[in-house]
Design a protein around this ligand. Structure first.
Ligand SMILES: Cc1cc2nc3c(=O)[nH]c(=O)nc-3n(C[C@H](O)[C@H](O)[C@H](O)COP(=O)(O)O)c2cc1C
Length: 260
């Protein structure tokens, strides 16, 4: 299974076997993190590992998640740091799937043992992970997600690869499955909007979720031999989705194709 295939099979895993995993596998997670190209390369980040195979800790109180490992994600506090964090953590979660590990984003609250600051960086996310007690995967059709017709307006008949990129974005996990994103696709451009109600929820999680969704666009584009640039355009119309706020545009093109 590769990262792209993992998009279609991934689900949040909340029940874990407390068995330890091979140290080499933990190292591979670290190496994978090291080679991820961040969304905003100027923002310094680092990850840590908290082992909990003795089951001492449960994130989020007694009804919370008991996992054998917690990956901690720290970042400099900068504009768009949460989006950058979501982009990196989204890929980490997919990578864990390819290695047979389940994971679940659990925010930052609820584990006193994890320091919220590390030198010049702040804790932005904890990813619970380990071998799942139940099934690791599910079929894409079983994911509770809004249909494409509610999320996306195609201004013209899309190329097949564009529908594949949108499908990968649609399947992205989000805080409380809020799926705050909306898309208007014009040719090779995906204009991305945020539902205003989504912004009432803690903004941090909305921005983080957008980062996770962008990681799905990036992984799908790489798999399909597409190049993708995320840019902010100044003249994008908001009229397709009332109550939505413009976030960014993804310009997707086939490799070697000239930009318009
Ligand atoms: C930013 C973010 C924060 C999340 N926080 C929690 C959490 O605190 N506890 C939890 O059980 N799940 C949490 N989740 C997981 C979501 O509830 C889950 O991804 C969503 O419901 C979709 O389900 P799926 O991941 O199984 O596809 C979080 C997800 C994201 C992206």
């Amino acid at each position: 299974m590769n990262l792209y295939e993992a998009i279609f099979l991934r689900q949040s895993v909340r029940q874990y076997s407390m068995t330890a995993v091979a140290p080499e596998l933990l190292k591979r997670i670290g190496s994978f993190y090291e080679q991820i190209k961040p969304l905003f390369p100027g923002i310094k980040t680092e990850i840590g590992l908290v082992e909990n195979t003795d089951g001492k800790w449960r994130a989020g109180g007694i009804f919370g998640i008991k996992a054998p490992y917690f990956l901690t994600f720290y970042s400099e506090v900068r504009d768009r740091a949460e989006m950058n964090a979501g982009y990196i953590c989204g890929q980490l979660s997919l990578f864990m799937m390819t290695e047979g590990l389940g994971s679940c984003f659990i925010g930052t609250a609820g584990l006193r043992e994890i320091p919220s600051v590390r030198a010049d960086k702040k804790l932005l996310m904890v990813l619970a992970f380990g071998l799942p007690k139940g099934p690791l995967m599910r079929r894409a059709g079983d994911a509770r997600r809004l249909p494409v017709s509610e999320l996306c307006v195609y201004k013209e008949a899309p190329k097949r690869w564009m529908t594949q990129v949108i499908e990968a974005a649609r399947l992205a996990p989000s805080y409380k499955n809020s799926q705050p994103w909306r898309f208007v696709v014009v040719g090779r451009r995906i204009h991305i909007f945020s539902k205003k109600e989504g912004m009432d929820k803690p903004k941090k999680w909305s921005e983080f979720s957008f980062g996770v969704m962008f990681s799905h666009i990036a992984v799908a584009s790489e798999e399909l031999w597409l190049e993708v640039d995320l840019i902010r355009l100044e003249n994008v119309s908001q009229k397709n989705f009332r109550n939505n706020q413009y976030v960014l545009s993804a310009i997707v093109k086939e490799q070697g194709e000239n930009a318009e």
